[in-house]
Design a protein around this ligand. Structure first.
Ligand code: SER
Length: 311
């Protein structure tokens, strides 16, 4: 794209980062994309970057002529409950460091993910609207809510072009997620293909919203490419794929692997899941930038099983 300088992905080794980095390389070319993370990788142009180190961040952005930043580094919900102060630090300071560079005019455009974790037990659970009661019960959710308000604040006060999506649980076959509550929906496929029983940390009928990775990557690319005039939400857009329970994923796996078995052993993550919506209304994203999910649960199961087998 003519008006885009280099693109920096922070958290490029994570579940979403791996796939989004590939998609960005596809669009902009490998020489234009700088993947970064706190752990090493042998990707081209990769840099080790701690998002808390603002000077290093500034140097990387300046030296490489970075204009667009995808800030994916974060502690997710379950890990956040185990270390709330660390979650606050990484999730908030990381975002502020990037927003500040944009306020100074060094970065032009930011993508920052929010989550269904901004919603809490008092939020309407079904078809949760864009604008509703937002009172998260987890530290992760609290950081996402504060982050959304910071994005809206920097956009309004300093004209920072920061764009955000409230991701539901993301499911992909290429990388294992780490430290989330929706992670079961990835782990379950790996166990099924390995011919093992899956011990699920959520109960059979816990319904949560999900998005299959190709849809999540496409949504991210779309919101970053849409003309600025179309963006009416500067906190974060609701985004929906489909909703399902562990029992429903199990049945859908059993269409392909008939002897697959699951056992339910809910742990502390059950309470986190119980505080989140069952389904999301994303009509504002559809209206503003034409969002439309493509994958359903049967599509996802078919592809997950096939791709994990091939791996
Ligand atoms: N997938 C995340 C988690 O489970 C929610 O954003 O923590």
């Amino acid at each position: 794209m003519a008006d885009t300088g280099k693109v920096l992905v922070i958290g490029a080794n994570g579940q979403l980062g791996i796939e989004l980095t590939d998609a960005l390389i596809e669009i902009y070319g490998a020489s234009q994309v700088i993947p970064s993370d706190i752990t090493a990788s042998d990707r081209e142009n990769f840099v080790i970057l701690d998002v808390l180190n603002v000077e290093q961040l500034r140097d990387i952005v300046r030296e490489n002529g970075v204009t667009d930043v995808y800030l994916l580094a974060a502690l997710l919900s379950a890990r956040g409950e185990q270390n709330p102060m660390w979650a606050w630090k990484i999730n908030m300071d990381g975002l502020l460091n990037v927003l500040e560079l944009a306020r100074e005019g060094i970065i032009r455009k930011i993508f920052w993910p929010s989550s269904i974790a901004v919603f809490g037990t008092t939020t309407p659970k079904v078809d949760t609207p864009q604008e509703t009661i937002i009172s998260p019960d987890t530290m992760y959710g609290i950081t996402k809510l504060a982050g959304e308000r910071l994005c809206a604040y920097y956009a309004k006060k300093f004209q920072v072009d920061v764009r955000s999506l409230r991701y539901p649980g993301l499911v992909g076959y290429r990388a294992l997620p780490g430290g989330g509550t929706t992670d079961y929906a990835v782990d379950i496929y790996h166990k099924a293909v390995a011919g093992e029983i899956y011990r699920c940390f959520l109960s059979a009928n816990t319904r949560l919203p999900f998005l299959y990775m190709p849809d999540a990557v496409r949504a991210t690319l779309e919101i970053m490419q849409v003309p600025v005039s179309k963006i009416s939400i500067r906190s974060s857009y609701n985004l929906a794929g489909f909703s399902c329970t562990p029992a429903e994923i199990t049945s859908s796996i059993q269409q392909h692997i008939s002897d697959f078995q699951i056992e339910y052993e809910p742990d502390f993550r059950q309470q986190i899941a119980d505080s989140w919506p069952e389904s999301i209304n994303d009509k504002v994203a559809r209206r503003d930038w034409g969002w439309q999910a493509q994958y359903t649960l049967p599509d996802m199961s078919r592809e997950m099983i096939q791709c994990i087998r091939e791996k």
